[in-house]
Design a protein around this ligand. Sequence first.
Ligand code: AMP
Length: 217
Amino acid sequence: MRCVLVGPPGCGKGTLSGSLIEKLQITHISTGDIFREHRATKSEFGQKIASYIDKGELVPDELVLDIVFDRLEKPDCAKGFIFDGFPRTVAQAEALQARLAKAGKPLDVVIAFSVPDEVLIQRLITRRVCPNCNAVYNIVNKPPKVENICDNCQHELVHRSDDHEEVIQNRLDSYRKSTAPLLDYYEKQNLLFNVDGSRGSMAVEKDVLDYIAKNGF
Ligand code: AMP
């Protein structure tokens, strides 16, 4: 299955990705995770993108596309993939579409999450992530077994620097301005499956798995 997740920060894209890759044996590609890994190495590229991430702004398309298309060349993408946080602009979506069309492997589905802003803000403020294996927790709804320690790899969890209220507002603005137009773009191609992401992760996962089974992706 070739799938894109579209939704505002904190809507549950990362959590759904975690369960889908396990159940469907497909590859997870999160541009946010890739960027944070580059940033942590303090590479030239990492330094270039850091200021955008810190401010909650989108990294320019030309810096995003090369990284994504290199990742798509890796053999583990042949069995199918789930894009989490990409595309985030119509230009990125058009570039992805052209690339996949050239390979004769178009997208099967775009899963679109809707969640009210107040729920998103609360979730992001209480979200904790593992910088080692990228597992996602929430100190209220989904705490780790040992406080602030990842259940999977025992690494210390972090509160992402962009998961603080001042930056969250910018991220929500970027989503509305640059990413939300994707919904229309994919609706016109009949690829959209809408989910109410304000519910618990199990209910969201069930809706998505039922839809995938029904359509035979
Ligand atoms: P995320 O982990 O998906 O919330 O992404 C964290 C940050 O990385 C975003 O706020 C952007 O600054 C940047 N980013 C991630 N994916 C993209 C993308 N596809 N296009 C532009 N910027 C991105």
